[in-house]
Write a protein that binds this ligand. Structure first.
Ligand SMILES: Cc1cc2nc3c(=O)[nH]c(=O)nc-3n(C[C@H](O)[C@H](O)[C@H](O)COP(=O)(O)O)c2cc1C
Length: 251
């Protein structure tokens, strides 16, 4: 193993001190969510009222593939809502914690979800932030951001043709408060769970989904308007209708 990698592995090894709850400074616990209260909000259809496909889990697991041949056709707003719920829907409360559809180390959820809305019925193309607690989109900037996202992601053109691109940022201090350097490992694991939920939900709807981690950090951070220090782009995924005659469950 290369020396740099060994250093990274050792730096992020578990420190027994980290495990002691007494070590934690609760007065410095970072906010659990990011909010954009001054931005226009689009409430999303609540999970109870969402029409979701009745599918067999084993069938969906067997069918899932990374699919990139998006047609550019739109999806419904309620489908986008269901996909976001699959990623980060609140399913229970535990004290002040809002537990979600995907697990997260220490229930800290040290990430945020941004959505490049590109072809969604009833919603103009825009860049939005997903408000987990309020189950709403907060519109950050109007306009189709697909091309900028594709360029930041090594010109992967399918990102521009997707109906929506979900971009997850890491909010490092939210996890480092408890786990210090080990947080860097947990972040990737947390987001792996989130993205797999999205992939399975998209498959259930008969939509394509492709995870993407090949992108230039600086350019992607600029698209999102995040500082690249405390919050930085970590992972993304494109979703949208496919041209193939696969059964379309969405309608
Ligand atoms: C962490 C991660 C990063 C990935 N990054 C990209 C990417 O940048 N571009 C892309 O087209 N596919 C990307 N993929 C998709 C993989 O290429 C794909 O999962 C792999 O070829 C296996 O195919 P399958 O997902 O259809 O089973 C990524 C997958 C993962 C898990």
């Amino acid at each position: 193993m290369d020396e740099e990698l060994r250093r990274w592995r050792d730096l992020t090894d578990l420190d027994p001190d980290t495990l002691s709850p007494r070590r934690l400074d609760w007065s410095r616990k970072p906010e659990a969510f990011k909010r954009y209260p001054d931005r226009p909000r689009v409430p999303l259809p609540r999970p109870g009222v969402l029409r979701t496909p009745r599918v067999d889990l084993w069938d969906v697991l067997a069918r899932r593939r990374s699919r990139r041949e998006f047609t550019g056709e739109p999806i419904r707003l309620e489908t986008l809502a269901a996909l976001l719920w699959a990623c980060q829907g609140v399913t229970a409360r535990q004290g002040p914690c809002l537990l979600r559809t995907a697990p997260s180390a220490g229930a800290l959820y040290p990430f945020e979800t941004y959505v490049s809305v590109q072809a969604v019925e009833g919603l103009d193309p825009c860049l939005a932030h997903f408000d987990v607690a309020g189950f709403a989109l907060e519109i950050l900037e109007q306009g189709h951001h697909g091309r900028r996202i594709a360029l930041a992601a090594l010109a992967q053109g399918f990102l521009d043709r997707a109906a929506a691109v979900l971009v997850w940022t890491a909010v490092y201090p939210r996890a480092a408060w408890k786990y210090r350097e080990r947080a860097l490992r947990y972040l990737g694991l947390d987001l792996g769970h989130v993205c797999q939920n999205l992939a399975l939900a998209a498959e259930a709807f008969g939509l394509g989904c492709c995870p993407v981690a090949a992108f230039f950090d600086r350019e992607m951070n600029q698209v999102l308007g995040v500082d690249g220090e405390e919050e930085f782009a970590y992972y993304l995924a494109a979703v949208g209708p496919l041209p193939s005659p696969r059964e379309r469950i969405e309608g």
